[in-house]
Design a binder for this molecule. Sequence first.
Ligand code: SF4
Length: 337
Amino acid sequence: MSQTSDTLGRPLRDLRISVTDRCNFRCAYCMPKEVFGKDFAFMERSHLLKFGEITSIVKAAVPLGVRKVRLTGGEPLLRKELEWLVSGLKAIDGIEDIALTTNGSMLVQKAQALADAGLDRVTVSLDSLNDETFRAMNDVNFPVARVLAGIDAAIDAGLTPVKINMVVKRGMNDDDVVEMARHFRGKPVILRFIEYMDVGMKNGWRLEDVVPAGEILKRVAADVALEPIEANYEGETALRYRYADGEGEIGFIASVTKPFCATCHRARLSADGKLFTCLFAGQGHDLKTLIRDQNASVEQLRDALAAIWRVRTDRYSEIRSDDTGDLPRVEMSYIGG
Ligand code: SF4
């Protein structure tokens, strides 16, 4: 397998593609309503990469080692006819896995069409089963029942195991972690608890609001026996545990307390065609101009991607400290999680 490595020897394997900067939720840790209000200037449609342009970039990335693509947003299902992009990506030789991260609000309508188009897996963000807490956290009063129905639709469509991402914030939803584990145990679902992160510059992040993965683990393990299990592959972000009674698996994504930068092989593409080499990067590399103004071929895009990755030094989570708080960081809603 050909590969291109960065300055820390990390190969490029995983490309996360944001297809829109818009979302129908306003989760405070990602897209606080005060900032992303009704007057916020979201990208114009003409600035978004077209599906054909995204497909060219993915084709260019395969010879460098990319095997997995994840579609993100904002909320990717707001982008119309996304199944066309999925089927286009599925046709690319070398792409082994296509996943989608969504808030689940439109999965009931979309799950089957996406699965038919070739989507392999889906990850649903779900921060509480408590309807009041969930409505408060998405800040648009969206009922949890409709997301749970979306998860069932994804399971019925065969997009399994469905992964569930719960961002845990102290004083907000940390009392719900045991209930979440009980609810999804024994289902074709892998629940992952995510430490609250200082993504972007707008979410008012404080370290004291982080519930360390170790503490969440203790709470769940006090309720049901867990056993640690090996990672599926090098660079997997979740620390995996299985229920001792065999009723499935859960995970912990501990970017704050147990950084995993040493094996990070993810790049992110914004909806307007900028490549970011870290979730906490301040700047991206403009690929859209290469495509639209310079008619770059797939080979020229490949060389541009390789040149960007080879000089990559990012390891933000390892260097996170009181001094890094003011470092400019791109908004997560702009490049996807
Ligand atoms: S902080 Fe950046 S380099 Fe570290 S794991 Fe996250 S995306 Fe990768």
